[in-house]
Design a protein around this ligand. Structure first.
Ligand code: HEC
Length: 477
């Protein structure tokens, strides 16, 4: 919550500065406060007559760098266009129709929801917040040329300049369809519309926000090692995020298309093997590592679609998972869950702030090397942290990220972390329960989960075969 508190304080400070400055008669204030509203759309803060439909150039630069890779001329993942002045001065279509888009933007940049999955620099936040606070006035004639000369926004399918340095999407071609290398076999998982293994019809994407699960046969040999996943994303306008699980789920058969499934119906022995969210990319394991593929019966791909096009849409994305034969990588990595399913017993967690801390000790007799984490919680999850308790008792934080259900991604550690025999992984899931009632563990989104999937090698040594994490506070899955 530290970041949010800081951002909140900053907004407060800015608010005070603006209040002091409002006596001045800058052109922006003249529009906002004293303008006759001759051509303002309703709330009196539109552009002055004849003002160009651009943003002031300094604001436009911040918007280009932080927002337009999702909110550009062709918005992705359910976002809306935020390019021209007019785009900011219309009723908010998604969030609150009683507010203007720029008013919603001010709320969402200050509560940390936007830019989704990234953080703005404090100076950028200041520029944008001050402009929004003053009524988001249009630019002047001089801004037209300046705005036109700004560089293109970072693309969603490449190396977005504004991402974290430790974000592995920061590389060329990060979202291109995968071309198998000599030693690789890549399997395709088509997003299709009707149940049946041979169906190739497009998936009909309903309007608004929706979750769907599509099931596939496991195509690889159980001894194969995963090298990477990604694929050919078809309709980026409506794709919000996907998670790839393998599991045994006796309720489903390969080819099944389960539409409108809220929550995550994992079945048994579920393992998360990949994930992507709007603005993200496919992932690749380091050259010396292959990922063990769990011996499961089904692959399940969960899609979160967000269709704001105003009509039904279609998608035919083809995800790819690539493997190499056993023995072709120096290290074999596996995945285990850290976390808990116990949120205060049957009662569940009470309203307000909640933290659940669990311990997983390396009893394997040797070192374990950690490579990355993928947190998974539901709607009220706020933060995931994993520390290593070293042999001398010190706690070292190796992973600490805010959690956003609408932006679930995996994180590679900037450097691999070695956990010696006898050392313990201490994992804390944090929640802000604003539902007004207790929330327990469960698969639907109105109940909660607390899993920090960790990729590590040698595979298997941290897995303690706990049947369920309920009540098992001091173990790993
Ligand atoms: C990685 C993609 C991404 C980035 C970057 C991003 N957004 Fe968004 N934004 C979305 C998506 C997806 C939605 C629709 C889902 C939602 O409302 O959460 C959205 C919704 C919004 C909305 C709500 C629109 C409405 O109807 O009121 C506003 C306002 C907004 N974003 C502002 C911003 C601003 C300002 C920035 C830059 C500082 C930004 N966003 C950066 C993805 C993004």
């Amino acid at each position: 919550m530290g970041d949010l508190v800081r951002v909140g304080l900053l907004a407060l400070v800015l608010g005070v500065l603006l209040a002091c400055g409002s006596e001045s008669s800058s052109p922006q204030e003249a529009d906002g406060e004293a303008g006759s509203g001759a051509d303002a759309p309703g709330d009196g803060d539109g552009p002055a007559a004849g003002a160009p439909d651009v943003l002031p150039c300094d604001v436009a630069e911040v918007v280009v760098n932080n927002c337009l890779r999702c909110h550009g001329d062709e918005p992705i993942g359910g976002a809306i266009k935020l390019v021209t002045h007019e785009d900011w001065h219309r009723a908010s279509p998604l969030y609150d129709p009683d507010k203007m888009v720029y008013e919603v933007a001010q709320i969402r940049i200050n509560n940390g929801e936007m830019p989704q999955g990234a953080t703005m620099s404090e100076s950028d936040l200041e520029v944008l917040d001050a402009w929004l606070e003053a009524g988001a006035a249009a630019g002047v004639e001089d801004d037209v040329e300046c705005v036109a000369a700004l560089p293109d926004p970072p693309v969603a399918t490449g190396s977005p300049a504004d991402r974290d340095a430790d974000d592995s999407c920061n590389r060329e071609g990060a979202n291109d369809p995968i071309v198998p290398r000599d030693d690789e076999t890549c399997y395709e998982f088509l997003t299709h519309g009707q149940s049946g293994v041979d169906d190739t019809s497009k998936f009909q994407v309903p309007q608004g926000e929706s979750y769907h699960e599509i099931y596939y046969d496991v195509p690889w040999e159980s001894t194969d090692l995963m090298t990477r996943f990604g694929g050919d994303l078809d309709n980026l306008e409506v794709l919000h995020h996907y998670l790839i699980f393998t599991s045994n789920n006796t309720r489903q058969v390969p080819g099944d298309v389960a539409r409108n499934v809220p929550g995550t119906t994992l079945g048994t022995q579920a393992t998360l093997i990949g994930g992507w969210a709007v603005g993200g990319c496919g992932q690749e394991l380091p050259e010396d590592v292959g990922g063990e593929l769990p011996a499961s019966e089904l692959v399940m791909i969960q899609w979160h679609m967000f269709n704001t096009t105003g009509a039904e849409a279609e998608d035919g994305s083809k995800l790819q998972i690539c493997v190499v034969p056993e023995g072709s990588r120096e290290h074999v990595a596996g995945v285990t869950f850290l976390g808990t399913e116990n949120f205060g017993g049957f009662a569940g967690m009470p309203p307000g702030e909640n933290h659940f801390t669990t311990r997983c000790r390396n009893d394997s007799g040797g070192p374990v090397t950690l490579m990355g984490f993928t947190p998974h919680m539901h709607l009220i999850g706020t933060n995931m942290k994993t520390e290593v308790e070293r042999l001398d008792g010190t706690l070292e934080t190796i992973f600490d990220k805010p959690f956003d259900f609408d932006y679930q991604v995996g994180y590679q550690l900037p450097e691999r972390v070695v956990v010696e025999d006898g050392e313990t992984l201490v994992t804390t899931c944090s929640y802000f329960n604003d539902t007004g009632s207790n929330v327990g563990f469960g698969e639907s989104t109105d109940s909660e989960m607390c899993y920090n999937y960790v990729a590590y090698y040698p595979s298997g040594v941290l897995n303690k075969s706990a049947f369920s994490l309920i009540g098992a506070l001091n173990t790993c899955w």
